[in-house]
Design a protein around this ligand. Structure first.
Ligand code: HEM
Ligand code: HEM
Length: 228
């Protein structure tokens, strides 16, 4: 097991259980949300009407607020609060020869902090930007599309999303690696190398798909000219 993971487990049984729960919320609940959120926004590549249909499908889901609280907000609040505690206990040993493990340890925590700032910004300027009385699902989806085009066409916002999403994708795929180490799914150095490669591949694919979405919103005027 990665020596840094062991050093942090000296927090007793309670801490160990919370860490395992933190691991599960990160990989399964927040990981699932990340893929579902990506799949929804990929519809922009099929054109604006397809995107409005995809968003209004989500907004039409029965008990949507219940799923949001159970599958997104509670896991996110727990993962972030426990995550901040884990970061506060971090011990960086960059001089250690096993430098790749330590650099990944360091970037997992740095990417966590960047992800936190990105999520706060994103939720403030997208989710909370929508007029509260806009309850009709299709009207809300149409409003969101126009808002995202105005929002993401700005170079500084585009840049911020690129960094925020880059950090999140790194955090998630390195998180997959950590999960496999933590739960003893991989042990030999060969399987660790293969896992690193697989996680790198998943990361490359996910970042490329998010980049396609970002570019489609950022360059929406060019796309409009192309289809007219
Ligand atoms: C180009 C990239 C993205 C676009 C266009 C986008 C778009 C949106 C939209 C339209 C909403 C509002 C939904 C509503 O009105 O309820 C939303 C909410 C949200 N987004 Fe994103 N998003 C993007 C990237 C991300 C990423 C990378 C994350 C990271 C996990 C993320 C996390 C969230 C969260 C947590 C919410 C609130 C969920 C809810 O309460 O429904 N978004 N996003
Ligand atoms: C949608 C967003 C996020 C996803 C999908 C996610 C996913 C993950 C995964 C899969 C892990 C590995 C779990 C393990 O060690 O077995 C992890 C670890 C971690 N996450 Fe997140 N995370 C997200 C957001 C955040 C945020 C915003 C923070 C900010 C505090 C954070 C802090 C941490 C920390 C400190 C670790 C432990 C790293 C370690 O053990 O080396 N995460 N995350």
């Amino acid at each position: 097991m990665d020596h840094n993971l062991l050093s942090e487990e000296k927090g007793g049984w309670g801490y160990f259980v919370l860490r395992q729960f933190h691991s599960i919320t990160g990989l399964f609940l927040l990981g699932l949300f990340l893929w579902l959120h990506l799949a929804t926004h990929l519809f922009i590549l099929r054109g604006e009407e397809a995107y409005i249909q995809a968003l209004s499908f989500i907004f039409h889901l029965p008990y949507l607020d219940l799923w949001r609280v159970l599958l997104v907000w509670l896991p996110l609040i727990f993962h972030i609060s426990m995550g901040c505690y884990i970061i506060s206990r971090a011990s960086f040993r960059l001089s250690c020869p096993n430098s790749l493990g330590n650099w990944l340890y360091f970037f997992q925590r740095l990417s966590a902090l960047i992800a936190l700032m990105f999520l706060a910004y994103h939720i403030a300027y997208v989710k909370l930007a929508a007029p509260v009385d806009l309850v009709d699902a299709t009207a809300r989806a149409r409003w969101m599309l126009e808002h995202l085009k105005r929002h993401l066409e700005k170079a500084e916002v585009f840049g911020l999303y690129l960094v925020g999403i880059g950090a999140l994708v790194f955090h998630y795929v390195n998180g997959i690696r950590l999960f496999c180490l933590r739960w003893g799914l991989v042990s030999s150095s060969t399987s660790r190398k293969i896992l690193l490669g697989i996680c790198g591949g998943i990361g490359g694919l996910m970042f490329w798909l998010w980049l396609e979405i970002l570019l489609r919103f950022h360059l929406h005027r060019e796309y409009l000219k192309a289809v007219i």
